[in-house]
Design a protein around this ligand. Structure first.
Ligand code: NOJ
Length: 705
């Protein structure tokens, strides 16, 4: 629709119709008879329902079509509804959870996954996805780390941007493009004690340094929506936090799109006890410039009167305009049923799911037990051996039963396979022990259910469940060649079980292709290439933890490790069990030392860092050279080591390749006490590593500011 026609349409809306555009409900509000249920019920009527702007959580095209038809037939201006959904790691074809995908360190792969999700979701009538989640995280007690890109802000920013590019494509008019909604603004991942929805308190430096950049990245890619988070920050729930939203999100980050509340977050301002009633809650959210009220009746009941009372028609018009513009950009006025006629190539989607899963699994330990050989007698045993609960938390459309379990996948590849599943109630230990004795190798598959990771799935104990630990102990007594394969939505604490197994695989939740992919990785038909985007802690007592440790005034060193008054634990090491960036491969790579194109970096200049990598094995594989840096002296404290750049390099057996990294002054910048991000002149140490702690070589440069 032409902009002038859209403006005319906007000007014809009554006050109530304008408010309606800012209201979002679930499809069950549109029952068979169009009756109204749920939070809008009180005082709501049919007329209000046919004024609303958007619906969240439909499943199928048919449902969307039905709701849209009824709505259009009954609404005065026939402004099509927007349909939104949580398309987080696929729609029907389920890809690995975001934390797993982040293990690929590969933005191109993630862009491809997001594009594939968009193709499948738009076909079912979805227009907007509540993804990507750009929350900065360093506490795996918080179940939502599953949806994150891990603990490094630079990696997370790159991957967040890739999701937005993938979902939105080049043009939202393209019927296979989904508008993206980056969430949760802001600080949600810093929930105290790792408890979901809990209070957050952050310094501004931390906020600017680690929490905002991924949102800024999404905005730079043109993300159309932002979602507010449930938590408070600086003492005020974000959904009512005028300063943060207006000064930071709309101001500093320049976000001009739609701001939507999280589910019921406006009404929850009453539970936070910062609003006495719905009127006050609506007022606070609206004044903060939250455009869409997801699933409460605060806007629908209160906003019209409020706008009149406070003479804020201009703000209302601006919010409505943002909604209408998105509808127009998506081409909904021309085709309210957009996307439903496109075709989806299931085979292609499954191929992407297979590739993504292959690139997401992480081999944490391998003492010459992997790959498994076809002729070996293999026992696969554990709570997850035959489970199809491998898709992960956000697979509400995905068919769990269509997923390939580990045992199912392995059956095709290993002729001498014994499968024993372990369920809490019926464990036949003697049979397991006998089978372990008979086997050459044992694959122990254990871990979380999809209910135990994700939203509202915080945990204080990240060890394997008791029965799983017992299983490892019992197998260990009879067979020392075991491979531990864990499913989880977060890093687990494996410190106690680690010495009892020869290999460990973090399989996260890998999606629809889980069993086939894991089987191919176990047999060596495929190679491991995933690297941890989040550290595996040694103990839950270390949390929150990030590899970006600061120096402190009393740093622990190899010389003072036994002294008392230094920064350390009495009962545990400071570092993680498996560090950020760690991930093994069946290939062996050798790395040259780092080479610099110049020792000095000039203002507005750049320099190139090179390293030559060789695949010294008989198996093709991906190497992941990681460049870390340290600013030697800083105005505010900075990490001892911080990720600067990385590259996935695919090398054939015997192949050698030179990899280059271009460094510019801005790459070395950090947020100072004045909250400005600038680069200090002076010395910087540069490290080449295969993880945050496995450093192969080091060099130094000077920035001449
Ligand atoms: C609540 C979650 O926090 C958010 O991430 C999600 O998008 C909404 N529910 C909608 O389902």
């Amino acid at each position: 629709m032409e902009q002038t026609a859209l403006k005319q349409l906007a000007s014809r809306l009554s006050l109530e119709e304008k408010v309606g555009q800012l209201v979002q409900v679930t499809p069950d509000f549109f029952g068979n008879q169009g009756e109204i249920t749920g939070p809008l019920r009180q005082g709501a009527d049919q007329q209000k329902l046919y004024q609303i702007g958007s619906v969240l959580g439909t499943h199928r095209a048919q449902e969307v079509q039905q709701i849209q038809e009824t709505y259009l037939a009954n609404s005065r201006h026939k402004i099509p509804l927007l349909f939104m959904a949580d398309v987080i790691h696929g729609y029907e074809t389920i890809f690995p959870i975001p934390l797993a995908l982040a293990s690929s360190f590969d933005s191109e792969l993630i862009q491809k996954v997001a594009r594939s999700s968009a193709v499948e979701a738009t076909k079912e009538g979805i227009h907007v996805t509540f993804s990507p989640m750009a929350d900065y995280v360093k506490d795996p007690r918080w179940g939502r780390v599953l949806e994150s890109n891990g603990e490094d802000v630079r990696l997370s920013t790159e991957l967040t941007k890739a999701y937005v590019r993938g979902y939105q494509g080049n043009d939202l008019k393209d019927e296979t493009s989904l508008a993206a909604c980056v969430k949760h603004f802001i600080g949600y991942g810093a929930a105290e004690g790792g408890r979901d929805y809990n209070t957050v308190d952050l310094s501004d430096i931390e906020l600017y340094q680690n929490y905002l950049p991924a949102f800024e990245g999404a905005i730079s890619e043109g993300v159309r929506l932002v979602m507010t988070s449930f938590n408070s920050i600086h003492g005020v729930p974000v959904t009512a936090n005028k300063t943060l939203i207006q000064t930071v999100l709309r101001g500093k980050l320049g976000f001009e799109g739609i701001l939507i509340s999280d589910w019921a977050a406006i009404a929850e301002l009453k539970d936070h006890r910062v609003a006495e009633n719905s009127r006050e809650a609506a007022k606070k959210a609206f004044e903060a410039s939250v455009d869409i009220d997801m699933m409460t009746d605060c806007y629908s009941q209160e906003l019209a009167d409020l706008v009149e009372e406070t003479e804020s028609m201009e703000a209302l018009d601006a919010a409505v305009w943002r909604v209408l513009q998105l509808k127009n950009e998506l081409g909904l006025f021309e085709n309210p049923y957009r996307g439903m006629k496109t075709t989806v190539d299931k085979k292609e989607l499954n191929e992407v799911a297979y590739e993504a899963a292959t690139r997401s699994a992480v081999l944490l330990k391998n003492e010459q037990v992997l790959p498994l050989k076809k002729e070996e007698r293999i026992l696969v045993v554990g709570t997850k051996a035959t489970s199809t609960d491998v898709l992960g938390a956000w697979s509400w459309i995905g068919d769990c039963h269509a997923a390939v379990s580990l045992a199912e996948g392995m059956k095709k590849e290993f002729p001498h396979l014994t499968i024993l599943s372990v369920a809490e109630e019926t464990v036949e230990w003697s049979a397991i022990e006998e089978a372990a004795r008979q086997a050459d190798k044992v694959v122990i598959a254990v871990g979380e259910t999809s209910e135990e990771a994700g939203e509202a799935a915080s945990r204080t104990d990240l060890r394997l469940r008791e029965i799983e630990q017992t299983l490892i102990d019992r197998v260990f007594k009879h067979n020392t060649n075991s491979i531990l394969l864990t499913f989880s939505g977060r890093p687990l604490v494996l410190t106690e079980v680690e010495p009892k197994v020869k290999a460990i695989i973090s399989a996260w939740f890998l999606g629809s292709q889980t069993g086939s992919v894991l089987s191919a990785l176990l047999s060596g038909a495929q190679n491991f290439s995933g690297h941890l985007p989040m550290s595996y802690p040694r103990s839950v007592g270390q949390l929150p933890y990030s590899y970006q440790e600061m120096s402190t005034g009393r740093p622990k060193t190899s010389e003072n490790a036994d002294q008392k008054y230094i920064s350390r634990y009495l009962d545990e090491e400071n570092g993680p069990l498996y560090a950020f960036g760690h991930g093994l491969s069946y290939s062996q790579f050798t790395y040259s030392a780092l080479e610099l194109s110049a020792k000095q970096l000039q203002k507005n200049g750049q320099l190139t860092l090179s390293v030559t990598i060789k695949n010294d094995s008989k198996q093709a594989g991906y190497a992941l050279p990681q460049i870390y840096f340290q600013d030697e002296f800083t105005e505010v404290i900075r990490p001892k080591r911080e990720l600067l750049a990385w590259q996935q390099v695919n090398l054939q057996p015997g192949e050698k390749q030179m990899v280059q990294f271009v460094i510019e002054p801005d790459d070395l910048a950090y947020v100072h006490s004045n909250l400005r991000r600038t680069t200090d002149p002076g010395a910087f140490r540069l490290f080449l590593g295969t993880s945050a702690v496995d450093i192969l070589s080091e060099t130094k440069i000077t920035f001449v500011g």
